[in-house]
Structures are given as C-alpha cells and as structure tokens.
Design a protein around this ligand. Structure first.
Ligand code: AMP
Ligand code: FE
Ligand code: FE
Ligand code: ZN
Length: 287
C-alpha cells in the first residue's frame, strides 16, 4: 500500500484539478492520497466526488506559518493539518484572512512588475483564480512563463520571486504554535511539513520542533524531496526522541514542480496513528 500524504491541486498552487489529482493518484497506483492545499479546503468536495473504489483520501491543508528563528527573528514554516473539522470557526476565519492577504500581495507583486514594463496583467492573474482558491507566487511564475519572460517556474523564482528578489513581498502568516492549537482544537492532526527544506531559506532549529511537540505537534514530515539524507536522519532521530510520528510525501504540485506523486511515501503504521489521533473528528474517505 503506497501512501502519499502531501499534494496540491488548483485549489492552491498545483496544476491538477482535485479530480485530476485523484485520477493521477490512481494512475500512479497509490492506495492513499492526502490533499493538502495551502490555506484552503476548497478542493475537498471535488476530490471526494472523484474518488474511485479502492483509493483512500485524507483531507487536509497546509497552513502558512512563521516560527522563531532562534535569533530574535521569524522564519517561514508550513504546517500540515490532517482530518480537521473544516467548519472550525478559527480555521475558517484564519484561512479566509490568509487567502485575502495572498490575493492582495500577489496583485501588488504583479503591479510592480507591470509598472517596470514586464508583460503581466495583475487583474487577469487574479481573475483566473477559482473562488476560495489560494493565490501564490507559482501563479505569477506561470504568467511570466506564458509571457515568455522566463523559461520555467523555477527560473521565475530564482530571478524575481524568492525572498531577496526584486519583487518579493512577505505575508503575515500564522504563528505556528497557534496553528498547531487550531488544528488540534478542530480534532485534526498537525504535522510539520518539510522542516529542513534549506533551498527555500533558513530552517527551524530542532529546539523549535521540540517546543512545538510539547505544544501538541503530532508529527514531522521526514521523507520529502527537498530533504537531504543527513537531514532525514536528524529528523528521524528527533521524532524517535520526542515520540512524534513521521511521514513521507511528494509535495506534488503538478507541472509547477518536478516532484511526482508517490516519489516519497508514508509507512502504513503511521497513517493508522494519524487516523487514531483524529478519531472523533472527520474520517478518511474511502472510495
Ligand atoms: P507562496 O505561497 O506565494 O509563498 O509561494 C510559495 C510556493 O511557491 C511554495 O508552496 C512552492 O509551491 C513554490 N515555490 C517556492 N520556492 C520555489 C522555487 N524555488 N521554485 C519553484 N517553486 C517554488
Ligand atoms: Fe506550494
Ligand atoms: Fe510547503
Ligand atoms: Zn506543500
């Protein structure tokens, strides 16, 4: 049974619709797929409706957060929440706030590019997004690719969109301790995503993860395309010490990234633990 618990759809910055993602999971031979769009549950219904017999869907989301960097500043971290109640007032409000902020921020980034003569249309960029979908830099990156400004999404990040880049704008993300509490209060299971993805910038110290574990963090994503084998070992050891569950996932984004579905997988025993922890909340959907 192959289990991939972290994937994105067009409800955020993936390129497959939720139904296409489900079809891709079937084609890849996965037994379980986690749908974890950034700051939204907007793709859940379509994914459930598309679920064929034999595939199990874990509904989730990836929460945009910040954590202390240990030097008095803050850094960006992502928290996966699985099987939380999507009607949780706190989560509904915070995700709506972040989606609004994402749209304003992306529009401003596009406007600054247009003002400098780059061929992007801020209004068209956002007009194309479905309701309740999360706008992200990959949407702007694709527009730049379409306009022929850059050759790839990766190049767009390297030249313009990464922190420190000419058009990068930050965002007021959720404090990660608050997000852990939000997910727990909604009956869900919080798992820290790609904690050691150094390519994206500075990463949290192991002491911060230990603190989060004391505050209710249930697990860490160990096997992730952006993790080196040394980082995987360090995270695995830490998880054993703190009794955190561990996951492995592709973080599939369709053609916006090179990772393919099922590239990294989660041990079935860990999925059992996730579902046990979520008992009393929503359940996995079985096709
Ligand atoms: P945002 O949500 O607007 O902060 O954009 C972050 C998203 O951009 C991440 O979830 C990734 O999907 C993607 N991303 C971040 N860095 C890169 C990169 N260097 N190349 C391609 N995609 C990236
Ligand atoms: Fe993403
Ligand atoms: Fe992420
Ligand atoms: Zn992700």
């Amino acid at each position: 049974m192959r289990i991939d618990l972290h994937a994105h759809s067009t409800a955020s910055d993936g390129t497959d619709t939720p139904a296409e993602l489900i079809a891709a999971a079937v084609a890849t031979g996965l037994g379980v797929i986690g749908l974890t769009d950034h700051d939204t549950t907007a793709g859940w219904t379509e994914a459930v409706d598309a679920l064929p017999a034999g595939l199990r869907l874990i509904r989730g989301a990836e929460f945009s957060c910040t954590a202390p960097d240990g030097r008095g500043g803050r850094i960006s971290v992502h928290l996966l929440g699985y099987l939380f109640d999507p009607a949780s007032e706190m989560i509904v409000a915070e995700q709506a706030r972040l989606r609004r902020e994402r749209r304003v921020r992306l529009h401003t980034m596009a406007q600054r590019m247009a003002a400098d003569g780059l061929p992007v249309d801020p209004d068209a960029l956002l007009g194309d997004l479905p309701q309740h979908a999360s706008a992200g830099r990959p949407h702007l990156a694709r527009a730049l690719v379409s306009a022929g400004v850059v050759g790839s999404v990766k190049e767009a990040f390297g030249r313009y969109l990464a922190p420190g880049g000419l058009y990068y704008i930050g965002r007021a993300d959720t404090d990660v301790s608050t997000a852990v509490r939000m997910v727990r209060c909604a009956g869900g299971v919080p798992v820290l995503a790609h904690a050691m993805a150094r390519r994206r910038g500075p990463v949290v110290g192991l002491d911060v993860i230990a603190e989060l574990a004391a505050e209710g963090l249930a697990g860490v994503e160990v096997d992730h395309p952006d993790h080196t084998s040394d980082d995987r070992t360090a995270l695995r050891d830490l998880a054993a010490t703190l009794d955190l569950l561990i996951t492995g996932s592709s973080d599939y984004h369709g053609s916006n990234k090179t990772a393919y579905l099922g590239q990294e997988t989660t041990d079935p025993e860990m999925l059992v633990r996730i579902e046990e922890l979520a008992a009393g909340s929503i359940t996995a959907v079985v096709g």
